[in-house]
Design a protein around this ligand. Structure first.
Ligand SMILES: Cc1cc2nc3c(=O)[nH]c(=O)nc-3n(C[C@H](O)[C@H](O)[C@H](O)COP(=O)(O)OP(=O)(O)OC[C@H]3O[C@@H](n4cnc5c(N)ncnc54)[C@H](O)[C@@H]3O)c2cc1C
Length: 357
C-alpha cells in the first residue's frame, strides 16, 4: 500500500510539473470527428461531453459530429445537433436503414469511410457501450491504436487515463499516425451551461456510395431492445444515485432502494454482486464493468466498497455510506458514514422523507 501511495505521489508530481491541465502552447490546427449517439430526436449528453473534451485538444479545432440512423428521429437529432453546442461546426448525417440500429460493425465501416474523406486528426466518442463497441473496431480498420477512458486532456497528444481499476493515473503521449482515437469518460468532461450558438452548424449527408451491401452485415445482428420504462433519471446523468449491494439479500428487498430513489428523485444503482444475484438488471451496475457515475450525491447501502465498485463512483461530489461493518472500505471514500443495519436505516429514511410532489 505504501509503495502504491509513493507511486501515485510520484505520478501526481510528474503530472503537475510537466503536463498541467492546459492546452499545449504549440497547439496545431486540428479537426475532430465526434461519434454521436442519439435517442428520441436528441443527441445524448455523453456525446456532448465528447464535444466538451474535444475543446481541450486545441484552441483551433474544427469539431464535426457524426450521426447515423434512419427516418425522422435521425433528422430531428441532426437539427438538434446543429444548434445545441457552439463548438460544433458541422453535422455529418449517415441516413440509411443500415444504421437503424447502432450496431458496431456497420458503424465502424462508416467511421472508416468518413475518415478517408475527412482526414480528421482526432476521432472521439464517450466511453459508454456505444463508444466501447465502435471505436476499437474503427481503430483496427484505420490501423491505429485507440486510447480509452481518457479523463484529462493536456494537449493534442497528451492524455490521462486511470489504470489498475482507478488506483493510479497514467499519462499517455500519442505518437501514432492520424487519426488519434479516444474514448472519454463523460463524467470528467461535464457539459455545464452551454450557450446557444449564434448560427446553426451545417448539416451534410455522408456519401455512402462506397459503403457496400456487405459492409452492413456483421457478426452481430439486432434482435430486440429491452429497456425499463421508468420516470427515474438516467443513471449516467442523475444528480442523485441511490445504490444497493448484496446485503439487500433479494429483489423484493431491493425495492426499498427503489422507493428511496423515488422519494429523492434519484437514479438507482447496484453493485455487481447485487446484479449477479439477480436483484436488478445489469444496466444498473456501477463500477469498472458497469457505468461510471459522478452525481452530486451518491448513497451506498450495504456496499462493501470493492475497488471495482469505487472506480465507478469515487468522483461523486458527496458520498454517503451505510454499512454494518465499521471497517468496510466504502468508509474510506465516504464523506458521511453511518455504521448501521440498512434494514433499520432505510425504513426510517422512508418514513421521515416527504413524498415527492
Ligand atoms: C474484473 C472485475 C470487475 C468487477 N466489476 C465490478 C463493477 O463494475 N461493479 C461492482 O460493484 N463490482 C464489480 N466487481 C465485483 C467486486 O469485486 C465486488 O465483488 C462487488 O462490488 C461486491 O459487491 P457488494 O459490495 O454488494 O457485496 P459484498 O462485498 O458482499 O459486500 C456487502 C456489504 O454489505 C454489508 N452488509 C451486510 N449486511 C448489511 C446490513 N444489513 N446493513 C448494512 N450493511 C450490510 C457488509 O458489511 C458488506 O460490506 C468486479 C470484480 C472483478 C473481478
Amino acid at each position: 500500500m505504501k509503495k502504491m501511495m509513493v507511486f501515485l505521489a510520484v505520478l501526481g508530481a510528474l503530472r503537475n510539473r510537466s503536463f498541467a491541465n492546459r492546452v499545449s502552447p504549440y497547439s496545431r490546427s486540428l479537426s475532430t470527428l465526434v461519434l454521436a449517439e442519439h435517442e428520441g430526436g436528441a443527441v445524448k449528453a455523453s456525446s456532448l461531453s465528447a464535444v466538451e473534451a474535444a475543446k481541450f485538444l486545441s484552441e483551433d479545432n474544427s469539431i464535426s459530429l457524426l450521426l447515423a440512423g434512419s427516418g425522422p428521429s435521425l433528422r430531428e437529432a441532426a437539427a438538434y445537433a446543429a444548434s445545441c453546442h457552439p463548438s460544433i461546426s458541422r453535422v455529418l448525417l449517415a441516413d440509411s436503414d443500415k444504421f437503424t440500429y447502432p450496431l458496431a460493425e456497420p458503424w465502424a465501416k462508416l467511421v472508416h469511410v468518413v475518415q478517408q474523406k475527412g482526414s480528421y486528426s482526432h476521432i472521439i466518442s464517450g466511453s459508454g457501450s456505444f463508444g466501447k463497441n465502435i471505436l476499437p473496431r474503427a481503430a483496427a480498420l484505420l490501423d491505429v491504436s485507440p486510447i480509452t477512458d481518457v479523463t484529462e486532456i493536456s494537449g493534442s497528444n497528451l492524455f490521462v487515463r486511470p489504470i489498475y481499476a482507478g488506483n493510479a493515473l497514467s499519462t499517455v503521449r500519442y505518437t501514432g499516425s492520424d487519426p488519434c482515437m479516444l474514448t472519454i469518460r463523460s463524467t470528467s468532461f461535464p457539459l455545464g451551461q452551454v450557450s446557444t450558438p449564434s448560427s446553426a452548424a451545417s448539416i451534410d449527408q455522408v456519401d455512402l456510395s462506397t459503403f457496400g451491401e456487405d459492409d452492413a452485415i456483421g457478426k452481430s445482428k439486432y434482435v430486440s431492445l429491452s429497456s425499463q420504462d421508468s420516470e427515474r433519471p438516467d443513471l449516467g446523468n442523475a444528480r442523485i444515485v441511490v445504490t444497493g449491494g448484496r446485503a439487500l439479500k433479494s429483489a423484493e428487498n431491493f425495492k426499498m432502494i427503489e422507493r428511496l430513489a423515488e422519494k429523492l428523485g434519484a437514479a438507482v444503482g447496484a453493485t455487481r454482486a447485487a446484479v449477479d444475484a439477480g436483484f436488478v438488471p445489469n444496466e444498473l451496475q456501477v463500477g469498472q464493468t458497469g457505468k461510471i457515475v459522478a452525481p452530486d450525491l451518491y448513497m451506498a447501502f450495504g456496499v462493501s466498497g470493492a475497488i471495482q465498485h469505487l472506480t465507478g463512483m469515487r468522483d461523486s461530489k458527496v458520498i454517503v455510506a451505510v454499512n454494518k461493518d465499521a471497517d468496510a472500505p466504502i468508509f474510506q471514500v465516504a464523506d458521511y458514514g453511518l455504521v448501521g443495519d440498512l434494514f433499520e436505516v432505510i425504513p426510517e429514511f422512508l418514513e421521515k422523507l416527504p413524498d415527492k410532489k
